[in-house]
Design a protein around this ligand. Structure first.
Ligand SMILES: [Zn+2]
Length: 435
């Protein structure tokens, strides 16, 4: 008669590692780090306790109370080699429980998936990083180079209290030659073939407040031109404008890998072919019978590699004309990492070995991640948070979506691949850790 404990005893070291990592992943999902307000200290404390139990000191640094970033490091035996950093952010976007099938912070297992906010974005990778560092420490193995684990706050609101703060105020903690971060390594089905994007570039952003003014007046005396009607016209113009199409070098690499051109690219690639502008917050008026003298809109602008604030504003001006005032609220340039590195080649080769017939593809993200900041310290940053997905998984819409969930078998597949890549890059034999 098999008691439950005997089946646990029969697990291989690798199976025990899988189960532990899954348990930690679910624990992390249960910690509500919705941003705002963030409260990432919950996760930092959890990680610090696990690391401490394994004899690893972690640095916890905060740009504001509760907005804790955790950084831990295992030293390699060749200090001249640039470190490898395993990066994750620990905040999540808020969830509306009434729109979910299961509790967003319950980490329930159902239909073969772990359900919860952060299951994809990105507590699974955070758990993988934690488990790997601890496995290395427990095995008493030292890699060629330092390996750093960084678990940061505030990515979902622009990283001001997280990666940006660390890069600007504590660069010694997060300076690395290579970074493995989010958005990449998941199965993508295109034209009947399987691909795995690896993020090598991301667009920049320019956030602009656009304001128009016109004479105020009494709501009882209508007229065709007011600040509100002018703003409505300008927003409509933006929505219908086609911004200048450019195939930038990172996109050219993607197209080459997929056998696509600018003309055959699907709608998926539209945001990568030009700068974009999206109106996100409209403000005007303060009383129901007053025509306001001013209306404004926040524009979420995204810029291609090679563009800057001035070139973006010039393009926006060509759409909206000289009338509105444009005020830049925040900006950051696009970032890009070389694919001509041993780590990129290793990732691509291991992906293709782990899923025969599939191809790894360099990828540009239309959005922004912490990689934008880490590249400023000279790191080559790759989006590699691997998970194997079936063709019917609506992966893209689960990012920040309702019913966010991650298939457990795909998670285990990704954990194995991720572990192989990290250990191989550190010069550590897989079997020596999991024998
Ligand atoms: Zn994320």
């Amino acid at each position: 008669m098999a008691a439950p404990s005997s089946s646990i005893a029969l697990r291989t070291p690798w199976e025990a590692f899988e189960r532990r990592t899954l348990d930690w992943f679910r624990d992390l999902v249960r910690l509500d780090t919705s941003n705002p307000p963030g409260n990432e200290r919950l996760v930092a404390d959890y990680l610090a306790a696990r690391l401490e139990a394994a004899g690893i000191d972690a640095a916890c640094v905060e740009a504001a109370p509760g907005r804790t970033n955790l950084i831990a490091r295992l030293r390699g035996h060749r200090p001249e080699l640039p470190p490898l950093m395993l990066a994750s952010h620990t905040d999540v976007v808020p969830a509306e429980p009434q729109r979910w099938t299961r509790a967003p912070f319950g980490a329930e297992i159902a239909d073969g998936c772990v359900w919860g906010r952060g299951a994809i974005d990105m507590k699974a990778k955070c758990a993988m990083d934690l488990a790997l560092l601890i496995a290395l420490r427990r095995a008493g193995l030292v890699g060629d180079r330092d390996v750093i684990v960084a678990a940061t706050a505030d990515e979902e609101s622009g990283s001001q209290f997280g990666a940006q703060f660390l890069v600007e105020r504590h660069p010694e903690l997060v300076r690395a030659g290579f970074v493995l971060n989010e958005v990449g390594g998941f199965t993508m089905y295109l034209g009947g073939r399987r691909f795995y994007p690896i993020q090598i570039a991301e667009k920049g952003f320019v956030t602009v407040r656009m304001t128009v003014a016109a004479a105020p007046g009494h709501g009882s005396i209508p007229r065709p031109t007011t600040a509100i009607t002018r703003m409505a016209e300008l927003i409509t113009r933006i929505a219908h404008a086609q911004m200048r199409v450019q195939v930038t070098p990172p996109l050219r690499r993607t197209f080459a890998a997929l056998g696509l051109t600018r003309d055959t690219a699907t709608a998926l690639f539209r945001p990568m072919l030009s700068n974009t502008v999206t109106p996100t917050i409209v403000s005007a008026g303060y009383k129901d019978n007053v025509i306001p003298g001013e209306a404004s809109v926040i524009l979420d602008g995204r810029t291609l590699p090679g563009e800057d604030v001035a070139s973006f504003l010039a393009e926006l001006r060509s759409i909206v004309g000289q009338e509105p005032t444009l005020e830049v609220l925040k900006s950051a340039p696009a970032s890009e990492s070389s694919i001509d590195t041993p780590l990129y080649r290793l990732i691509a080769a291991r992906i293709e070995a782990a899923d025969p017939g599939a191809a790894a593809v360099p990828w540009m993200l239309p959005g922004a991640t912490d990689s934008k900041f880490y590249t400023r310290l000279g790191a080559a940053c790759y989006g590699f948070s691997p998970v194997k997905l079936g063709p019917m998984t609506p992966f893209g819409s689960l990012y920040h979506g309702n019913d966010e969930r991650l298939p457990i078998d795909g998670f285990y597949w990704g954990l194995k691949l991720y572990t192989e890549v990290v250990l191989s890059f550190l010069g550590i034999n897989f079997d020596s850790v999991f024998e």
